[in-house]
Design a protein around this ligand. Sequence first.
Ligand code: ACM
Ligand code: ZN
Length: 505
Amino acid sequence: MSVETPALVPQPQLLRREAGVFVLDSGTRINMSGGSPAAAAPCADVLRAATGLPLPLVQDELPGNCLHMKLAPDMDSEGYQLRVTPEMVQLLAGDEAGLFCGTQTLRQFLPAEGMPAFPCLSIEDGPRFRWRGLHLDVGRHLYPPDFLRKTLDLMALHKLNRFHWHLTEDQGWRLEIKGWPQLTEVGAWRAASPLPADRHTLDGRRYGSFYSQAEARALVNYALERHITIVPEIEMPGHAQAALASYPHLGCLGEGYDARCHWGISDEVFCAGNDAVFDFLESVLLEVMAIFPGEFIHIGGDECPKTRWQACPKCQVRIQREGLRDEHELQSWFIRRVERFLNGHGRRLIGWDEILEGGLAPGATVMSWRGSAGGIAAASAGHDVVMSPNTHCYFDYYQREDRESEPPAIGGYVPLERVYDFDPVAGIDPARQSHVLGGQGNVWTEYMPTSDQVEYMTWPRAAALAETLWTAAPMLDYGDFRLRLRGHLPRLAGQGVNYCDPFRC
Ligand code: ACM
Ligand code: ZN
């Protein structure tokens, strides 16, 4: 049996290789101490699925042929220590998330075929950042729940822990809202889509669908079992045309809307002067909060043209009554009002960096996408930020130089090496770096009609991202990552992932 250390992605903070292996067989058991046996159940599931062995969970600390899992409350969240000897495996962690992360490391040690075994070693590990995110836009195209579950499994394999689910768009509203049924009866359907090779020509085919609340809840639970939090995004005030098609009174014009067929930015946004808009948004957000238990609710906030607000009597009255200087301050007023509502329900607001314009809501967290400047400004002002700059984190951009031989994409160029070069705290004063919660890769899907195409654009760039968010900066080494990737890609292949092969010339 090979005694080489298998390639790990992301690389642990400290790894000492020792001689020998621990072989798993039908007699191997898992023992949990320092916490309820249920804490080890998801870990046991992962290892059973990977080995096909029964791996029963046992209460007693029996000597020999056992994986000992133990919670040690003095360790950091998500951190773990692993020791493998020929006789036993010991996994110590500060919490269940740490046990799960350690289990993912064990899973990566298992050979693709042959006898299941772990190399003898000791590891001390824990994440550099606590927000290690992957975003998926299901507004432009949507994908079946089994694909979303596969994506969550792949995130878990790479220790990614935030799934940002972009649920509403001009081109489609994708989440069932019981109080507002037209959102999915009308707003989930568009009359046509642009042709991938020619964005100005429409295909004439009706497109759409949505996720029921039951499906969304099931996905939330599936994610939680993998220590992944789903961050739902409900876009406002812009990217709202599908909502306006469903309920036209919510727009400044009051009529004449369809779910948008073309890509790009729409002038049709929620009317900021109409109180009915806030009644609508608040009741939508109540349903959203009932489905998604996480701390953060993403409210979008990006790309909101002010054309309609400038010409709308209601919006102009709002500007006057509230003593606002202009439409930018009206957007800021809008976001502050929604923030108060979310805070009143114990949640935190996060939005794209445009929410800085006209003044940032007091407790808002900023997701910086137009480069890093917005995130740097917000962190300097004492706000929490998540970095997802389009310079490094936009997985809808081309990843190979030769565009002609690539499937059509939105533009841009973010090759694997650029992703690996991502540093979420670059340019931020050391005293403010603690405001950087982490980073995230974004998958906008105008040019991704199929889940195969999503995978092609996402992997292995998301693996590179995962390492930049987990592993300490001084240890990051792109050459070494590429070497490990040679061992890692077969794991993705084993999961049936349609990844883009960086070794293809
Ligand atoms: C964005 O890419 N419009 C956030
Ligand atoms: Zn208006």
